[in-house]
Design a protein around this ligand. Structure first.
Ligand SMILES: C[S@@+](CC[C@H](N)C(=O)[O-])C[C@H]1O[C@@H](n2cnc3c(N)ncnc32)[C@H](O)[C@@H]1O
Length: 228
């Protein structure tokens, strides 16, 4: 279950261009995160079946498509505006689009990879995050990859506090004016529901993923899970 509706995220008034500009300025390490995802994608087999949960305007999809051979994507988003942005950006690729809340549907099966980047933190509670991780595990082939890039906090309270401070500092540095900062800071404080990196790793290990932390900067973390 998700903690917000698409309209809470204000994405309906974001043009693809504005989203693509703002996401780089609000997510620390967004570009490096995507370089790492591109590097991981190179290990996927040819003709991979890939499921992406929360495709946004298609930036993560594109990073993967450029580094795989003949990928076949199923792309889910509950924001029509975002999904339309993705359709436009990805029009040369083999994609099926689903306008759905991914936590409310049965996920299609037998994927080589499931991708969820900067959206998983909208799963409302630890219980919902755990349920979603099991659904993702079940939608993968054996050996399949779960690429989870997201905003996370940390079990160690001091480390969590300093990284949250650094995230806000990043927002303050990048916002163009008070209105923009207000929206970004409100979003981070009230709309995002972060769990710790350590919890994500435990939940993934509990269902049967092996895990590796590939990248972290402040609250941005990339965990690679492999279905064993
Ligand atoms: C911040 S964007 C990230 C998109 C892309 N991975 C990127 O890095 O640019 C997250 C997207 O996930 C979508 N989203 C969040 N929770 C969702 C849910 N439960 N079901 C479907 N889409 C969801 C939002 O509408 C948004 O388009």
């Amino acid at each position: 279950m998700t903690n917000i509706k698409p309209e809470d995220l204000n994405y309906h008034y974001y043009s693809t261009e504005q989203y693509d500009r703002d996401i780089v300025s609000t997510i620390p390490g967004y570009k490096v995160l995507h370089n790492e995802i591109a590097r991981i994608a190179k290990n996927l087999p040819p003709n991979p079946r890939i499921l992406e949960l929360g495709v946004g305007t298609g930036n993560t999809t594109l990073a993967i498509a450029q580094n795989t051979k003949n990928p076949n994507f199923t792309l889910v988003d509950f924001s029509e505006k975002m999904l339309n942005g993705a359709k436009h950006k990805l029009d040369k690729l083999n994609c099926k689009y689903l306008l759905e809340d991914y936590s409310a549907i049965e996920l299609p099966q037998k994927h080589d990879a499931v991708i969820c980047v900067i959206g998983f933190h909208h799963q409302e509670s630890d219980k919902n995050k755990k349920t979603m991780i099991l659904k993702i595990y079940n939608s993968l082939k054996r050996g399949g990859l779960f690429i989870l890039g997201d905003l996370m906090t940390y079990d160690n309270k001091e480390f969590a506090a300093i990284n949250e401070a650094k995230h806000y500092h990043f927002l303050v540095e990048n916002a163009e004016g008070e209105e923009m900062l207000k929206e970004w800071a409100y979003h981070h404080k009230y709309l995002n529901s972060l769990a710790s990196k350590e919890s994500h790793i435990k939940w993934m290990n509990d269902v049967g993923f092996s895990t590796e932390v590939i990248f972290e900067k402040f609250n941005t973390v990339l965990i690679l899970g492999k279905k064993i």
